[in-house]
Design a protein around this ligand. Structure first.
Ligand code: GLP
Length: 250
């Protein structure tokens, strides 16, 4: 696990967007994308660099991590809507090459098809992840088996509480979602996990310093061969000096 700590959001966005640009310039890139507040500055930077460097996304395929069930793609808090607004509508990607799990209809069929589609496209080259304050990645809540593929999950009260800021009230926050499973996520060839803010410091510290456990889903990343953890000073504030000495790269 490689760890980078930056002082500003801008530096984080710069570093992570460069990782993506490198992939996008390859022949047929498959990108894994995330929602939430954390990746937004990276998407803004990506849009900026796409214009500046005249980059085309025509050959890019994307797979998003998760989607709420029961709210449609037109709902302003659906992750499909989020991705269209924050990235896809601002670049020249073919919208049919952008995949977000479908939270409507036959959910069992949808989850199986999602894993099959990722495999068909040759797997994900670079996956961006955020982290929940309880250590979830995508919507894999504590207790989720490391062997799970894409599936439907009931959200914990803490996650619904964390995400209610995007809705009018907690009652509007969906109770379930479709999420890429942990086994699906770790198949990505390269992973960049980004965390900012003090409310992520505990989860980050446990993920890096403790043994992998299903109590902290993000700890599955321990055994992945190619993970970069990108932090600000607040989210890194609980790391021990031993970790900082041994793992943090300048
Ligand atoms: C949500 C998403 C996750 C995201 C997490 C953190 O629950 N499903 O993919 O990483 O929240 O979100 P934020 O970046 O807003 O803190």
């Amino acid at each position: 696990m490689q760890i980078k700590i930056f002082k500003t959001q801008d530096e984080i966005a710069n570093f992570v967007s460069d990782m993506f640009i490198e992939e996008i310039k390859k022949e047929s890139p498959v990108l894994g994308l995330a929602t939430g507040g954390t990746p937004v500055p990276t998407y803004e930077k990506l849009i900026e660099k796409t214009k500046e460097q005249n980059i085309s996304w025509k050959n890019v395929k994307t797979f998003n991590l998760d989607e709420y069930t029961g709210i449609g793609p037109a709902h302003s808090q659906s992750y499909r809507y989020f991705m269209n607004e924050n990235l896809f509508n601002k670049i020249d990607i073919n919208i049919y090459n952008t995949y977000v799990p479908n939270g409507f209809g036959n959910l069992e069929k949808n989850v199986n098809e999602y894993d099959e589609k990722i495999a068909q496209e040759g797997g994900i080259d670079l996956q961006i992840l955020g982290i929940g304050s309880n250590g979830h990645i995508a919507f894999n809540e504590p207790g989720t088996s490391f062997d799970q593929k894409t599936h439907v999950i009931e959200l914990t009260e803490q996650t619904r509480e964390d995400n209610k800021r995007f809705f009018n009230s907690i009652d509007e926050v969906p109770t379930h979602s479709i999420t890429m499973g942990l086994a699906t996520i770790v198949k990505a060839k390269k992973i960049v996990l980004v965390a900012t803010g003090e409310n992520k410091a505990d989860a980050i510290c446990k993920m890096i310093e403790e043994q992998p456990t299903t109590d902290l889903p993000a700890s599955i990343l321990h055994d992945h061969a190619n993970v970069v953890v990108v932090l600000d000073e607040a989210s890194a504030s609980k790391l021990s000096s031993k970790t900082i000495e041994e793992l943090v790269e300048a």
